[in-house]
Design a protein around this ligand. Structure first.
Ligand code: N01
Length: 532
C-alpha cells in the first residue's frame, strides 16, 4: 500500500501551497484533486461574469518575490479565466504537477490508532496511508453546492445550470428566456452579462442585496510596476489587518462625524469602489446606528440608479449592510433599467414548483428556456463532511459535529479526536471573512511550522485538546455575538441550506489578531495540543 508523509485533499490555492511548503521540507506528499485541472473553486466556477472581488495584486501568493514579479495581472479585479491561468502558472513554476493526481476523489480517511497513520480511500478503489491528513477543500466547493429542493424539477424541459459547476463549453443565451434564482455574488455578477444577449431575464430574488461598484479597470503599466514594487509593504499590511486586505478601518465611529462629512467619506469610497467602504468607520459592524448610516447611503444610491422607483423600493435590502457577504458589482442595478430584465419577488410569492415550461411561483408561471441556479453552497462544513472522515475510536466527523449543529475546532485548524489532521481555513478560523489567499498563506505557514516541530521532536501524533477546543468555540461565539452579523441569517451560518442547522462558523476577531493567537500557540510549543 503506497505510503506518504502527507496527503492533501484539493489542488486549489491552499492545496498547492501546502504541497510546496511540505515538499520543500523534504516530506513525501501527494495531492488528490477531483477536477481535471488545478484551481479548486476557480476551476469549476466558470459562470458568465465570474470575477473575484479581491483586487488582483492581493488575490495571489505574496510569499514569493519570483512569483509576484513574473506574473502581471491585467485588471483591478481578475476574471475567473485569469485566476485559473495564474494558478496554472504557479503549478508549473513551482513544479507541483508531478505530485498532484487529478480526477481522483478521496472518499474516506480513517485514523488507524495501532500505527498512528491515516488510511485514505480513493473512489477508484486504491488505498494509501499517511501520517498527516490535510484538507485543502475550501469553504465553498463545487462538490457541496446548494440546489434548493423544488418539486417538479425533473419534468422541466429547459436547460439548467448551477453557477458553481458551469459547463466548460459556451452557453448560448441568445433569444432565450432565462431565469436566475438567487442574487448573491454569483447572481449579481452573472445577471448583467446574461442580459446582454438573452431575450428576457427574470431575476428571482428572496433577499435583496447591497452591491457596491467594483469600479474595475485594466491595469496600466505604471500600476503594475507600482504594485510589484510594494509587495512587502502590501504583504505586511495584509497580515496585520482584520480582513487580509492591505487596509485598516479608520479608527473612528461613524457617529463621531456629522452627516455632511460622512456623506463625503462614503461618496469617496463609493467612487473608489471595492470593499474599503466597509472600513470607512470602525464600528459599522458593531453598532446598528453607525451601520444604518452606510446602509442608508447605499439605499439612496440604488434609488438613484434604478429609474422605476417602485422597482427600486423592491431592490432595497432590509438588514444591516455587510452582515451578509457584501457584493461588488459591475452594472448590476443599471441592468434593471433594461426593458427585458424583470425582478421577481420570491419572498412575497415563493417558488412553488417547476413546470414543464419553467418556474411557478405562488402567483404565476414563468415560461423559461433556461434556469440558472445562483443559489450558492453548503458552506464551511459541506466540503469537509462530504468525505467519510473517522478519527480516534472510529469517531466520525459528521457525528462529532452533528451534521453541522455542533461544530467545534481548535483555532479552526484541527479538531479533537482527529490526530494529525489539519484543516486549511477550517470552520472557526477567519476564512471567508477575509481575503482568502492571505488566510491560506497564514494557515499553511503555521501548519508547515507545526509539522516541522512534530518531526523535530520525534512525535508520533498531536491532537487538539478537548478543553482548549471548547474554549475556542466559546470565544468564537462571544466575538460573533458582539457583532451585527448575528442579526442576519446567511450562508455564513448555514441559513441558506434547507434543513442545515444554523451555526456561525467564522472567527471574527480579525486575521491580524488571529495570527498572534496562532503565534502564541506555536511559541508555547503548541500547548493547545496533546502530544504523543
Ligand atoms: O451564493 P449566495 P453565491 N429560493 O449564497 C438564493 C463567494 N463568491 O454563489 O439570500 C430562492 O451568496 C439566496 O437567497 P437568500 C462569495 O464569498 C465570490 O452568490 O438566502 N432563492 C441568495 O440570493 C459569496 O458570498 C465571488 O434569501 C434562493 C442566493 O440564492 C459566496 O461565494 C463570486 C433559494 C445564493 O447566494 C456565495 O455566493 C461568486 C431558494 N430556495 C461567489 N435558495 C467573487 O469573488 C437560495 N437562494 C466575486
Amino acid at each position: 500500500m503506497p505510503s506518504y508523509d502527507a496527503i492533501i485533499v484539493g489542488a486549489g490555492f491552499s492545496g498547492m501551497y501546502m504541497l510546496y511548503r511540505l515538499r520543500e521540507r523534504g516530506l513525501r506528499v501527494r495531492v488528490f484533486e477531483k477536477g481535471a485541472g488545478v484551481g479548486g473553486a476557480w476551476y469549476w466556477s466558470r459562470y458568465p461574469g465570474a470575477r473575484c472581488d479581491s483586487e488582483s495584486h492581493t488575490y495571489n501568493f505574496t510569499f514569493s518575490e519570483t512569483l509576484y514579479e513574473e506574473w502581471s495581472w491585467r485588471s483591478r479585479y481578475p476574471t475567473q479565466p485569469e485566476i485559473l491561468e495564474y494558478l496554472n502558472f504557479v503549478a508549473d513554476r513551482l513544479q507541483l504537477r508531478e505530485d498532484i493526481e487529478l480526477q481522483t476523489e478521496i472518499s474516506a480517511a480513517h485514523f488507524d490508532e495501532e500505527v498512528s497513520q491515516w488510511r485514505v480511500y480513493l473512489q477508484d478503489g486504491r488505498q494509501l496511508t499517511c501520517k498527516y491528513f490535510i484538507t485543502a477543500v475550501g469553504c465553498l466547493s463545487a462538490h457541496a453546492k446548494n440546489i434548493p429542493q423544488i418539486s417538479g424539477y425533473n419534468q422541466y424541459k429547459g436547460e439548467s445550470y448551477h453557477t458553481g459547476t458551469w459547463p466548460h463549453g459556451e452557453v448560448d443565451f441568445r433569444g432565450k428566456k432565462v431565469g436566475i434564482i438567487g442574487n448573491g455574488s454569483s447572481g449579481i455578477q452573472s445577471l448583467p452579462v446574461i442580459a446582454e444577449t438573452a431575450a428576457e431575464v427574470y431575476s428571482f430574488q428572496r433577499t435583496p442585496q447591497y452591491a457596491i461598484p467594483a469600479q474595475n479597470h485594466p491595469y496600466t503599466e505604471e500600476e503594475i510596476k507600482e504594485y510589484k514594487a510594494n509587495r512587502l509593504d502590501t504583504r505586511n499590511k495584509m497580515f496585520q489587518s482584520h480582513t487580509g486586505y492591505p487596509f485598516f478601518s479608520r479608527p473612528i465611529s461613524a457617529l463621531e462625524e456629522n452627516q455632511f462629512k460622512r456623506q463625503e467619506v462614503y461618496e469617496t469610497a463609493w467612487n473608489k469602489g471595492g470593499f474599503e467602504i466597509s472600513a470607512t468607520y470602525n464600528d459599522l459592524l458593531l453598532n446598528e446606528s453607525s451601520n444604518e448610516t452606510l446602509s442608508q447611503f447605499v439605499k439612496d444610491k440604488i434609488k438613484q440608479v434604478v429609474k422605476d422607483q417602485t422597482l427600486a423600493e423592491k431592490l432595497l435590502p432590509t438588514y444591516p449592510i455587510a452582515t451578509k457577504r457584501l457584493v461588488l458589482d459591475t452594472n448590476y442595478y443599471e441592468t434593471f433599467n433594461l426593458p427585458h430584465v424583470h425582478f421577481v419577488n420570491v419572498k412575497t410569492a415563493p417558488i412553488t414548483q417547476f413546470s414543464e415550461n419553467g418556474i411557478c411561483t405562488a402567483d404565476k408561471e414563468y415560461p423559461l428556456d433556461m434556469v440558472v441556479f445562483a443559489t450558492g453552497y453548503d458552506g464551511m462544513t459541506g466540503p469537509l463532511l462530504n468525505m467519510d472522515i473517522k478519527g480516534r475510536g472510529g469517531e466520525s466527523l459528521k457525528e462529532k459535529w452533528e451534521h453541522g449543529a455542533n461544530v467545534s475546532t481548535y483555532l479552526g485548524v484541527a479538531t479533537n479526536l482527529f490526530p494529525n489532521m489539519f484543516m486549511i481555513t477550517g470552520p472557526q478560523s477567519p476564512s471567508v471573512a477575509t481575503n482568502m489567499p492571505t488566510s491560506i498563506e497564514q494557515h499553511v505557514d503555521w501548519i508547515d511550522r507545526f509539522i516541522a516541530y512534530i518531526e523535530a521532536e520525534g512525535l508520533e501524533m498531536v491532537e487538539a485538546n478537548a478543553q482548549q477546543e471548547e474554549e475556542w468555540r466559546i470565544h468564537c461565539e462571544e466575538v460573533y455575538r458582539k457583532t451585527l452579523y448575528s442579526k442576519t441569517p446567511s450562508w455564513y451560518s448555514g441559513a441558506n441550506v434547507e434543513g442545515k442547522p444554523e451555526a456561525f462558523l467564522i472567527y471574527l476577531g480579525g486575521l491580524g489578531p488571529y495570527g498572534k493567537i496562532l503565534e502564541n500557540c506555536a511559541t508555547s510549543e503548541y500547548s493547545g495540543f496533546d502530544q504523543y
